[in-house]
Write a protein that binds this ligand. Structure first.
Ligand SMILES: C[S@@+](CC[C@H](N)C(=O)[O-])C[C@H]1O[C@@H](n2cnc3c(N)ncnc32)[C@H](O)[C@@H]1O
Length: 292
């Protein structure tokens, strides 16, 4: 690939998705974009770049999606879900005892394994959530992964990654060689396309934000900017969960690590001092978690 085309694509990806590619990732671009170019009837990447420069916005969207890494699996890294079950939910059950509602945001939910893992954790809590309303909002930049998440249909390989067999039996139905998560769990997760580079204040406030394995692709300035905006919509006594290779340390003072809870963060002092009521999300109805 010629250097000007590479630079054009690097800038385009940085501007549209935050993806910060180093100077030596030509192979990655070629392996992901050559099939896309061929599908569009173009001989190669130079022609793809030419088309985009000529204003082919549909292609821009396809290029951005093709370059996202959608890797995910059920109960990925385990520990965050243990924090959710053992630290986050017990604390919120006390703190929200009056209003009996909790809002959770999976900020890069990919094909759904993460939000559905949270939905299964909630279902496992049974009677403790009777009468509570718990929303899970799953968003992602990629429309394609969200469609898969909405359908909740997974291959044998996908359900074998991280999902305990008892949960597979309990919460999924086999359809030929595939498995679909049951309608009750599907109804617990709302879906919405959302680019983290754009304003997300309209989502309202959240008690828990899972933002895992996406910031890792961004540069420091973008991460700091996103942390600042996440801090404004997390409840002052809420939680932020990051991926195993991600941290706030050195990037923002707006979140502080929770001692002995790897990957778990809470708003820093300034935010925590401001108690403010939750704002309801206009587009997503609150969902009743079947309690008990
Ligand atoms: C590696 S997956 C992580 C999925 C899940 N959070 C997990 O940890 O298993 C990263 C996801 O981030 C999404 N993504 C990438 N850039 C994004 C952006 N600017 N805004 C929102 N989502 C983005 C990708 O489409 C992809 O589905």
């Amino acid at each position: 690939m010629n250097p000007p085309d590479y630079e054009y694509l690097r800038k385009l990806l940085k501007d549209h998705s935050g993806l910060d590619l180093s100077a030596d990732k030509q192979y990655l671009i070629e392996s992901r974009l050559l099939p896309l170019a061929r599908k569009a009837g173009l001989p190669g990447i130079p022609e793809l770049v030419q088309k985009m420069k000529g204003g082919a916005n549909v292609l821009v969207g396809q290029v951005v999606e093709a370059m996202t890494t959608n890797e995910t699996f059920f109960f990925r890294d385990k520990v965050p879900f243990e924090h959710f079950r053992d630290t986050i939910m017990p604390e919120l059950l006390k703190a929200r005892a009056n209003r009996k509602s909790i809002r959770i945001w999976c900020a890069a939910g990919s094909t759904g394994q993460e939000p559905y893992s949270l939905a299964m954790c909630l279902k496992e809590m049974g009677a403790a959530l009777a009468g509570w309303r718990v929303e899970i909002l799953a968003t992602d930049l990629s429309q394609e992964v969200l469609e898969k998440s909405k359908a909740g249909i997974y291959s044998q390989f996908e359900v074998q990654r991280g999902l305990p067999i008892q949960m597979l039996v309990k919460y999924f139905k086999q359809i030929g060689e595939l498995w679909q998560i049951n309608p009750e769990l599907r109804a617990m997760v709302q879906h919405r396309t959302l680019n983290l580079l754009h304003d997300f204040s309209q989502l309202g406030s959240f008690d828990v934000i899972f933002c895992r394995n996406v910031l890792i692709y961004f540069d420091q300035e973008t991460k700091t900017n996103i942390f600042g905006r996440l801090a404004r919509i997390v409840e002052p006594d809420g939680f932020l969960v990051l991926g195993a290779a991600e941290t706030v340390v050195g990037l923002t003072e707006q979140f502080k690590p929770v001692a002995d809870r790897r990957g778990l963060y809470r708003p820093g002092d300034t935010r925590a001092a401001q108690a403010r009521p939750a704002i309801a999300l206009a587009v997503a109805p609150k969902l009743a978690v079947a309690g008990g």
